[in-house]
Design a protein around this ligand. Structure first.
Ligand code: NDP
Length: 484
C-alpha cells in the first residue's frame, strides 16, 4: 500500500506494531482507495507509551531550555525541508488540496516548533520582593506526561500545536491522532527524534475513542489537550476532572460573521469564502452564520455565487485545484444531510447543494440564503462546506443574534466604520475575533474558544501557562514570629 508506515505506533523513539489491535484502514478521500492499514493500540501498547513518556520526562525537563528549544527548532527546519513530501502525505490523509497543504499544514506545524523552540530558553519564574527583606521566587515547572488527542482536519498542525508548547516546557507527550487521519503525526514523531529529541519524549499511539479514553484516565497522565467536538470534549473534560488533571479543550463552533452595508464587498466575500469553504468547510472556527445587512444582501449573494463558480474542484494533487473532497464518506453524508434539512426547513438554496458523482467524497460548496436563527443549519455545527446567509437590519439586533448560541469559538465583522468594528468585537462572546478578515491563526496569537467551544488557549505565550505550573518559594530573611 502506497503510504503504509513502518508500523502503527511510535513509542520510545521507534516504530512499534501490535497486530492484535483493531484494524484501521486509511482511505484516500479523493478516490476511496485504501492507502494504509494500521492497528488500534492494545492496552499493552498504551501501557508501553505511558511508561516511555513517564521515564523520559525527568531527563527532558532537566535539560536546559536552550537545549530543548534547539531540538524543536531543528525539527522545524526538517519539516520545512520536507514540506513537499509531508504535504503530499497530508493530502492523502485528509483529501485537502495540495495547494492548501503546501502552505497550511507542515508549514504551520513548523511555525509552532520554531516559535515554542524560541521561547523554551526564556521560560522562567519571577522574583517578588516583600517587605523587610523577605522575598518570593517562583519556579516554572513542567506538568509531566501530557496527552494530545486530535481531530482529523489538521492532523500535522494539531500534532505540533500540542507537542511544541508541551515539549518546550519540559513535558513529554503521547499523541493520539483521529483514526481517520493517523499518518501525519507519525512523521512529526520521526522528525523530532531525528532533530535530537530523546527517546520517549514524543510518542504516537493510534486508536479509536476508547484508546483516547484510556489515556485520559491513566494516573501517569498530568494533562490532556483535546481538539474535537463538544460532545467528546464534555466526556474528556469530565474524565480528566476526576483526577484534577489539567485540560485544554479546543472544540467546535457555529461562529458568526457580520457584514455591514458599508463593508468592502469583495473583501467580505473573500472572508466568507475563506471562512466557509477552505478545507472543504472542515475548519472549527468557520464563520458559518453569515449575517448580511439587508441593503447589500443580493449584491453579496450574486458576487459570492460568481466567485464560487470559479472554484476548481477535482484531484487534490493537482496544484490548480482549490476545493477537494470531504475527509470521509461519513462526514460527506453528515453535511449532505444538513443540506436536506436546510431545504426542508425553508432556506433558499443559492448555490451548490449536491454530491459530485464518483468514488471520491466530493460535494459542492453550498450556500443557503433567507436562513432564520431557529433553523437547524443555523444552530448546529455542520463541519462541511455549507454556508448560511442570514439578513439583519440594525447593529443592536445582529449583536444579540450573533451571540445567541452555545458556542463561542470565533466571530468576525466586516465594516469600514472603525468605531463600530471595535464596538462589535467588544460585544462578541467568542475567543478569537476578526475585523475585516477571517480564519487566520498565526502561532503568535492566542487561539481558542469561549462558552461551549473550549477551555484554555493554544499558541502564543499563553499556551505556556497551560503546559506548566508555578511553584512558589517564600524565603525569609528574618526571624520567625509565632504568637505563642
Ligand atoms: P471527535 O470529537 O469525534 O474526536 C476528536 C478526537 O477525540 C478523536 O481523536 C477521537 O477518536 C477522540 N475521542 C473520541 N471519544 C473519546 C473519548 N471518550 N475519550 C478520549 N478521546 C476520544 O471530533 P472529530 O475528529 O470528528 O473532529 C471534528 C470536531 O473537532 C469538530 O466538532 C470541530 O469543530 C472540532 N475541531 C475543533 C478545533 C479547535 O481548535 N477548536 C479544530 C478542529 C476541529 P476517534 O476519532 O478515533 O473517535
Amino acid at each position: 500500500m502506497k503510504f503504509q508506515p513502518k508500523a502503527s505506533h511510535f513509542i520510545n523513539g521507534e516504530y512499534v506494531e501490535d497486530t492484535n489491535g483493531a484494524p484501521i484502514d486509511v482511505i484516500y478521500p479523493a478516490t476511496g482507495e485504501v492507502i494504509a492499514r494500521l492497528h488500534s493500540a492494545t492496552p499493552e501498547i498504551v501501557n508501553q507509551a505511558l511508561n516511555s513518556a513517564k521515564s523520559a520526562q525527568a531527563e527532558w525537563a532537566a535539560m536546559s531550555g536552550t537545549e530543548r528549544g534547539r531540538v524543536l527548532r531543528r525539527a522545524a527546519d526538517i519539516m520545512r525541508e520536507r514540506n513537499h513530501d509531508l504535504s503530499v502525505l497530508e493530502t492523502h490523509d485528509t483529501g485537502k488540496p495540495l495547494q492548501e497543504t503546501l502552505v497550511a499544514d507542515a508549514t504551520s506545524g513548523a511555525d509552532a516548533l520554531e516559535y515554542f523552540g524560541g521561547l523554551a530558553a526564556s521560560l522562567t519564574g519571577e522574583h517578588i520582593p516583600l517587605g523587610g527583606g523577605d522575598f518570593v521566587y517562583t519556579i516554572r515547572e513542567a506538568l509531566g506526561v501530557c496527552v494530545g488527542i486530535g481531530a482529523w482536519n489538521y492532523p500535522t498542525q494539531i500534532a505540533c500545536w500540542k507537542g511544541a508548547p508541551a515539549l518546550a516546557c519540559g513535558n513529554t507527550m503521547i499523541f493520539k491522532p483521529s483514526e481517520t487521519t493517523p499518518l501525519s503525526a507519525l512523521k512529526v514523531a520521526e522528525i523530532l527524534v531525528e532533530a535530537g529529541a530523546p527517546k520517549g519524549v514524543y510518542n504516537v499511539v493510534q486508536g479509536y475513542g476508547d484508546v483516547g479514553a484510556s489515556l485520559v484516565t491513566d494516573p501517569r497522565v498530568a494533562k490532556v489537550s483535546l481538539t474535537g467536538s463538544v460532545p467528546t470534549g464534555r466526556k474528556v473534560y469530565a474524565a480528566a476532572a476526576a483526577d484534577m488533571k489539567h485540560v485544554t479543550m479546543e472544540l467546535g463552533g457555529k461562529s458568526p460573521m457580520i457584514v455591514f452595508d458599508d463593508a468592502d464587498i469583495e473583501n467580505a466575500v473573500s472572508g466568507a469564502i475563506l471562512g466557509n469553504f477552505y478545507s472543504s468547510g472542515q475548519v472549527c472556527s468557520n464563520g458559518t452564520r453569515v449575517f448580511v445587512q439587508k441593503g447589500i444582501k443580493e449584491q453579496f449573494l450574486a458576487r459570492l455565487s460568481q466567485r464560487l463558480a470559479t472554484a476548481k474542484i477535482g484531484d487534490p494533487l493537482d496544484e490548480e485545484v482549490n476545493f477537494g473532497p470531504m475527509v470521509s464518506k461519513n462526514q460527506m453524508n453528515i453535511a449532505l444531510g444538513y443540506i436536506e434539512k436546510g431545504k426542508a426547513e425553508g432556506a433558499r438554496l443559492v448555490y451548490g447543494g449536491e454530491r459530485i458523482d464518483g468514488d471520491g467524497f466530493y460535494m459542492q460548496p453550498t450556500v443557503f440564503a433567507d436562513v432564520t436563527d431557529d433553523m437547524t443549519i443555523a444552530r448546529e455545527e455542520i463541519f462541511g462546506p455549507v454556508m448560511s446567509v442570514l439578513d439583519f437590519d440594525t447593529e443592536e439586533e445582529v449583536m444579540a443574534r450573533a451571540n445567541d448560541t452555545e458556542f463561542g469559538l470565533a466571530a468576525g465583522v466586516f465594516t469600514k466604520d472603525v468605531m463600530r468594528a471595535h464596538r462589535i468585537v467588544a460585544g462578541f462572546e467568542a475567543g478569537t475575533c476578526y475585523i475585516n478578515t477571517y480564519n487566520l491563526a498565526p502561532v503568535e496569537a492566542p487561539f481558542g474558544g469561549s462558552k461551549m467551544s473550549g477551555v484554555g488557549r493554544e499558541n502564543s505565550k499563553l499556551a505556556i501557562n497551560h503546559f506548566s505550573e508555578m511553584k512558589t518559594v517564600y524565603v525569609s530573611m528574618n526571624d520567625v514570629e509565632a504568637p505563642y
